[in-house]
Design a protein around this ligand. Structure first.
Ligand code: COA
Length: 248
């Protein structure tokens, strides 16, 4: 069974993280599957919106820590880099349905979505610095732009998490629903009924102001991230995670 489920209902494509036993932690293969799914949906006239969702109780626990150690992504041609480029450049409406933990890239990818629906269980965190890393996916640009500098700095620097209500108040999500996938599907179906070229043009205009800045910030983040992955601080944090696993 694929760890990225790719299904279509009407004109809506669904990409679902399917590794619930590991809290949907994302491996290189999963990033490659997501990039492929997005790029394929971008070029398919039969797809008018994409919903990103997850199997099990959680959205994703972020990048797989073992993968970080075994195969650190060191260039933007890595699977993570290819996924982030596909996300940044995705021309059609992208809607996310989030439940449970959305760690790391599980939260930063939402900054690229057009609509995010959260379940009351949703819990967002970006503990990059706590792991000896730096924020990625353009989040050092997009998150302060959304919530203000101090709030972004505090969340990045403390690693503290926040729930669905706080995310709603920040503008990171636009609806809280006990059935987030159903609510996201309704929005996607509603958008899919609109004139498709007008929707693509609307998204391009909405994103135009920030696109090049985000691309430049992503490149800078990636360079520092790749170096940080090899650092003692990151190795120490990864070892701590492994030790916690070993002792439980
Ligand atoms: N990479 C690899 N495996 C992960 C993972 C990750 N990022 N997050 C969770 N898992 C695995 C756990 O190892 C565990 O697998 P196991 O049962 O085979 O040991 C399973 O998913 C469930 O996770 P667990 O830690 O037991 O759940 P929890 O409810 O106690 O804690 C978290 C949840 C999210 C707080 C904790 O899993 C965590 O800190 N994960 C790492 C998150 C992270 O730092 N991501 C990278 C961000 S850049």
């Amino acid at each position: 069974m694929s760890e990225i489920l790719d299904t279509q209902v009407g004109a809506v494509r669904y990409l679902s993280f399917n590794r619930p036993a590991k809290m949907n932690a994302l491996t290189r293969d999963m990033y490659a599957g997501l990039a492929h799914g997005l790029n394929e949906a971008a070029g398919d006239f039969g797809v008018r919106a994409v919903v990103i969702t997850s199997e099990g109780d959680h959205f994703t626990a972020g990048n797989d820590i073992m993968d970080f150690m075994d195969n650190p992504p060191t260039s933007d041609s890595s699977e993570v880099g290819t996924f982030l480029a596909a996300l940044l450049n995705f021309p059609k409406p992208l809607i996310a349905a989030v439940k449970g933990n959305a760690v790391g890239v599980g939260t930063t990818m939402l900054l690229h979505c057009d609509v995010v629906v959260a379940a009351p269980s949703a819990n967002f965190s970006m503990p990059f610095a706590s792991l000896g890393l730096v924020p990625e996916a353009g989040s050092t640009f997009l998150f302060p732009a959304l919530v203000g500098y101090q709030r972004a700095a505090r969340i990045f620097m403390t690693g503290e998490s926040f729930g669905a209500e706080a995310a709603m108040e920040m503008g990171l999500v636009s609806e809280i629903s006990s059935d987030a996938l159903n609510a996201a599907s309704k929005i996607a179906a509603q958008i899919a009924e609109q004139p498709p070229q007008a929707i693509i043009n609307t998204k391009a205009l909405l994103k135009a102001r920030q696109h090049d800045s985000v691309a430049a910030v992503m490149r800078a983040e990636f360079e520092i991230f790749a170096m940080a992955l090899q650092s003692d601080e990151a190795m120490g944090a990864f070892m701590k995670f492994m030790a916690k696993k070993g002792s439980s």
